[in-house]
Design a protein around this ligand. Structure first.
Ligand SMILES: [Zn+2]
Length: 235
């Protein structure tokens, strides 16, 4: 039976490797569940094994929620324009209904980034979300916390690019070396149950909405089969 490490019902099968403090800032005060990926990036119904995520303190969790909603809206503005939200996803339509400030903020951000080479570089909210996804995926999948921010994050508009092209670009940036995950982590379980010695392939959380890939040097995400982002650590 094929297992995907992304879909175990609990973040860690071996609780000894589950970090008990906030995966993002390291504080051990009362923690909440921070969803990785954010639910606003997925369509309803959510995948059956959701929710999934990492422990996060309340301040970290709240700061990410606002940024994630903003980024989801921004991507629909870029895809469909701000004038007619009827083309948008249900969740982003709901987010801007009655929140004209969020809509105008995303619309003006999109208008001010005409090149759209790297949205994370041009927009603070996108950069914050990419950092969260990087640290969150690493903590969740690898059974390891990296409190340090990635040294580099990006999010590119891959409109018109095939999945193969995006995949090749990610491979050339992040490399394709084998991972050595913590014993008991999701990545470890995946390697054991599938017989794979490396877990460097894309995992689909929800087709057409969210995929991710973990490499030794960093992580990559693919949003809406169009926007692809990467985060790298420097060791
Ligand atoms: Zn925190």
């Amino acid at each position: 039976m094929e297992h995907d490490a992304g879909w175990y019902p609990v973040p860690f099968l071996d609780e000894r490797v589950e970090p008990l403090c906030c995966a993002y800032c390291g504080k051990s005060e009362q923690t909440t569940l921070d969803h990785v990926p954010p639910r606003v990036f997925l369509d309803s119904p959510l995948p059956s094994m959701n929710p999934i995520g990492v422990r996060a303190c309340k301040p970290c969790n709240l700061s990410f929620s606002a940024a994630e909603e903003y980024v989801a809206v921004l991507l629909d503005v870029i895809c469909h324009g701000a004038a007619d939200v009827s083309q948008w996803r249900h969740k982003t339509r709901r987010a801007v209904s009655g929140n004209t400030r969020l809509l105008s903020r995303a619309a003006s951000a999109a208008a001010n980034m005409p090149d759209r080479c790297d949205l994370a570089h041009e927009d603070h909210g996108v950069g914050l979300v990419m950092r969260k996804l990087a640290v969150g995926h690493w903590a969740m999948n690898m059974g390891d916390r990296s409190y340090t921010d990635p040294s580099y994050v990006s999010l590119h508009d891959g409109a018109g690019l095939s999945f193969q092209k995006i995949d090749a670009y990610v491979t050339s940036t992040l490399g394709e070396r084998c991972l050595f995950p913590e014993v008991g982590s999701k990545a470890f379980i995946s390697a054991v149950t599938t017989g794979r010695t490396s877990v460097d392939r894309w995992r689909t959380v929800q087709p057409g909405r969210y995929r991710y890939r973990i490499e030794e040097s960093g992580i990559a995400v693919l949003l809406g089969d169009r926007f692809f982002g990467m985060a790298r650590w420097q060791y």
